[in-house]
Design a protein around this ligand. Structure first.
Ligand code: F6P
Length: 330
């Protein structure tokens, strides 16, 4: 399973697209792919609007200057989409045929696990495709970090710091809903860095009475009168939770749903560097005709692994981080 399938020789032209929810650092990854490829005499087509653009043949030839001044920009210059037509074989074949028609001999897909399923299908249809993990959710188990996670984390922490100022001034509790698409990393890391008295994520057993109400009452007795409670999206109605907290603890409470501001903004240094390293590595694979791989960072080393294996890896919960949160944020 772990050998690298060499499907073709060095390509003359490759494509690059972004797919799924955008993430800060996607532009840095596009830039790295384009510049590494051009450096190695491989032409690059930028595919607009994710897999839909591949089906439609919506492409633009990239050159060195088309990726100038995007390293620091959030979003993705190629636009992105979640393409339902690419979930089935018919759509995937259309994409493959369009690649053949346009001369795309290898493809880099920057996105989340849904995007990697498309990459796997395209490789099986003869177009070596390599995935780069780009999502703020950090929900791709094979890699320690995805592109965009650290930037989103900084955005969440900035919001929590602001909420802390006003919560402290009013002796209030602030319930903050954070994105994550079922994965608690963004909430958990933000809680540790932002001082969340409680952090409620999908992956763990959680009890509002024990983990919030009792903890807040205990903490109130130590002289603390303002609280941050971090909740991962999709678990509960945070407005109802704030009301319950207020009723049961007597601490005035407000809820804030951070929403899509978490997806925007300038990528932080970590994400720019991660994206540059991953984009470079992706082209090195395609240059050798290797597809069906996902680029990962493990213990600060950039490497790659089989997409099938990557997709099958079970999700991990950072219990140590949870323990640290519960031990320090009291
Ligand atoms: O996957 C990234 C993400 O931002 C998730 O955190 C969130 O659940 C989802 O996308 C939101 O999707 P949409 O952009 O369709 O509202």
């Amino acid at each position: 399973m772990n050998e690298r399938p060499t499907l073709k020789g060095k390509p003359k032209m490759i494509g690059v697209l972004t797919s799924g929810g955008d993430a800060p650092g996607m532009n840095a990854a596009i830039r790295a792919v384009v510049r590494t490829a051009i450096n190695r005499n491989i032409r690059v087509l930028g595919v607009n609007n994710g897999y839909q653009g591949l089906i439609d043949g919506d492409v633009i030839e990239m050159d060195l200057r088309k990726v100038s001044n995007i390293l620091h920009r959030g979003g993705t210059i190629l636009k992105t989409a979640r393409c339902k037509s690419f979930y089935n074989l018919e759509g995937q074949k259309k994409g493959r045929n369009m690649c053949l028609e346009m001369g795309i001999e290898g493809l880099v897909v920057i996105g989340g696990d849904g995007s990697f399923r498309g990459a796997k299908a395209l490789t099986a249809l003869g177009i070596p495709t390599v995935g780069i993990p780009g999502t703020i959710d950090n929900d791709i188990s094979c890699t320690d970090y995805t592109i965009g996670f650290h930037t989103a984390l900084n955005t969440v922490i900035d919001a929590i710091d602001r909420l802390r100022d006003t919560s402290e001034s009013h002796n209030r509790c602030s319930v903050v809903e954070v994105m994550g698409h079922g994965k608690g990393d963004l909430a958990l890391f933000a809680s540790v860095a932002g001082g969340g008295t409680a952090c409620w994520i999908n992956e763990i057993g959680f009890n509002v009475e024990r983990d919030i109400i009792y903890k807040m009452k205990t903490t109130l007795r130590t002289g603390k009168h303002n609280f941050i409670i971090v909740v991962s999206e999709g678990i509960t109605d945070v407005h109802a939770l704030a009301k319950e907290i207020q009723e049961k603890t007597g601490v005035e409470s407000r809820a804030t749903v951070l929403g899509h501001i978490q997806r925007g903004g300038q990528p932080c240094a970590f994400d720019r560097i991660l994206a540059s390293r991953m984009g470079f590595h992706a082209v090195e694979l395609l240059e050798q005709g290797i597809g069906n791989r996902v680029i990962v960072i493990q213990n600060d080393q950039i490497t790659d692994m089989d997409i099938n294996e990557a997709l099958e890896m079970p999700g991990k919960v950072n219990y140590k981080m949870l323990e640290i949160n519960n031990a320090i944020n009291i």
